[in-house]
Unconditional design. Structure first.
Ligand code: BG6
Length: 488
């Protein structure tokens, strides 16, 4: 693994907040080969000293621990900044001659730029000889706004790179607990026999955020929660929770199973969108005791808008395993707590024999907590100790906190995992083009349904858990959302 990493957009927000930090951690964990070099480029002229100063400052600001002086020195020596216009063949050609003329080294090109310039950049990379059999290109969302725009963006990549060279990031796939979901399902004999409509009543997936739209109002206004979160992160979680066991844990086996799930999603369109989706938009309220403005009064807000900052969907998977098992999905900004979890609610026992065992109150649920308190909890009904003739029963949780089970083990950030995977040329935790295309097709139908029916975003107070309609969405099926309860 001898490689060079070229970050286009090398002094942007993503680079400073996530990429250099992840690389620093990989370096600290001794996972970077000694010869790995990182070259950040952008059009801004900037002296090496100024860039190095910004790099150090960003590491200090984002690290959450003090910089290790030895690692920091080693890491900063690997990183060079060059003022290069990636859309100008002359400028990029000079970079190629000066930095990347050794064609035996693998080259990773991370496009930390808006997708609107992918085409030009890729063409330039090709024209100056930076697209080689051992080049990999990394991109991440927003990969489109609709199926059609995704196809355009994707064409700009695949007209130049082979699919095996393209790494499309969904950072949720790099999270430890998301990876652990597959291990829980497929490395234990316990759950798989129960993992179907025979024993599962329904599944809930929640990704709740306390942040608002931050400084991205203009972007968010175009995207909304459906495109920003549901199309990618929540659908990927749904795929991992619902897919069939792959034959092997490798890229094509995993992608083949995920695409089957996406292809089996029942369409939600103008005929059923009102029954199966809820849109919400936050109004002023308080999050963690602090007053916050509504979406329409956030910095940068320009127009009256109906964009959803919350979405809840009752999704169904039309296949043998999941027929009649709803997957309730919800995500939103400015909610009462930040947490992501998957809840597998099992069915009730067929016949209650204990007097205290309320039929219709199915006790068994498996909660996979993605963040922040990563772990798993399994709720079981137990006898309360005592001599009473009629036994008292109570639901209790068997809990596995990652931080306790693996004391002293740091939970790496998703970008560490994913960057390391790109270096190892492992595409398993990335998205294949067909997955994105099918996910967009499903989302486009929902957007079309909203437009045709004029479905509005219902107001919800910042600091709540979304509009009352989202409670009704699940309550009309006789179920309710699991309230946020930190697991440990
Ligand atoms: C991004 C979205 O993909 O994921 C953001 O664009 C969102 O709007 C973020 O805040 C959430 O990621 P995480 O890792 O903080 O849950």
């Amino acid at each position: 693994m001898i490689c060079d990493l070229l970050i286009v957009g090398g002094e942007g927000d993503l680079a400073f907040r996530k990429l250099y930090l992840a690389l620093y951690h990989l370096d600290k964990s001794q996972l970077l080969p000694d010869c790995l070099r990182v070259v950040g480029i952008s059009r801004n002229p900037q002296s090496p000293e100024v860039f190095q100063g910004r790099l150090q400052a960003s590491l200090v600001a984002n690290l959450g621990e003090s910089l290790d002086p030895v690692v920091s020195q080693r890491f900063c020596q690997r990183v060079t900044y060059r003022s290069v216009d990636a859309m100008n063949p002359e400028s990029l050609g000079r970079l190629n001659d000066e930095e990347f003329c050794d064609r035996t080294r693998d080259l990773i090109v991370y496009l930390a730029t808006p997708p609107s310039i992918f085409q030009r950049v890729c063409e330039c990379l090709q024209s100056v000889g930076l697209v080689r059999p051992n080049t990999r290109v990394v991109v991440e969302k927003p990969l489109g706004h609709s199926r059609e725009s995704f196809i355009d963006i994707n064409r700009s990549l695949t007209s130049i790179f082979a699919e095996s060279q393209v790494y499309r990031i969904d950072h949720y796939l790099g999270k430890e607990t998301v990876q652990n979901l597959l291990v829980t399902r497929f490395a234990n004999a316990l759950f798989e026999p129960l993992w179907s409509n025979k024993y599962v009543d329904h599944v809930q997936i929640t990704v709740a955020e306390t942040v608002g739209v931050e400084d991205r109002w203009a972007f968010y206004e175009e995207a909304g929660a459906l495109r920003d979160m549901m199309q990618n992160h929540l659908l990927q979680l749904l795929c991992l929770a619902a897919m069939e066991p792959p034959a092997r844990f490798d890229a094509s086996s995993v992608h083949d199973e995920k695409i089957k799930v996406l292809n089996s999603l029942k369409s939600i369109d103008r005929t059923n969108v009102l029954q199966n989706t809820v849109r919400g938009q936050y109004v002023a309220g308080a999050v963690a005791g602090e007053a916050v403005p509504g979406y329409l009064h956030e910095a940068g807000a320009k127009v009256r808008s109906t964009t959803e900052t919350f979405v809840a969907i009752k999704a169904e998977i039309d296949n043998w395993r999941w027929a009649r098992v709803p997957f309730y999905l919800r995500t939103g900004k400015r909610l009462g707590a930040r947490y992501s979890e998957i809840v597998i609610q099992f069915r009730d026992v067929p016949h209650a024999i204990f007097p205290d065992q309320l039929a219709g109150n199915a006790p068994n649920k498996l909660v996979i907590r993605v963040q922040p308190d990563e772990g798993i909890s399994l709720q079981l009904l137990n006898k309360v100790p005592g001599l009473e003739e009629s036994m008292a029963l109570q639901a209790v949780d068997l809990q596995l906190a990652l931080s306790e089970a693996f004391t002293g083990k740091r939970v790496p950030d998703a970008y560490e995992r994913l960057l390391f995977d790109v270096m190892l040329a492992n595409q398993t935790r990335f998205m294949r083009a067909d997955e994105l295309e099918v996910a967009w097709r499903w989302v486009d139908q929902i957007v079309g349904g909203w437009q045709d029916t004029g479905q509005k975003s219902m107001p919800y107070m910042a600091g709540s858990f979304g509009p009352a309609e989202s409670v009704a969405l699940i309550a009309k099926d006789g179920r309710r959302w699991r309230e946020n309860q930190p697991l440990f």
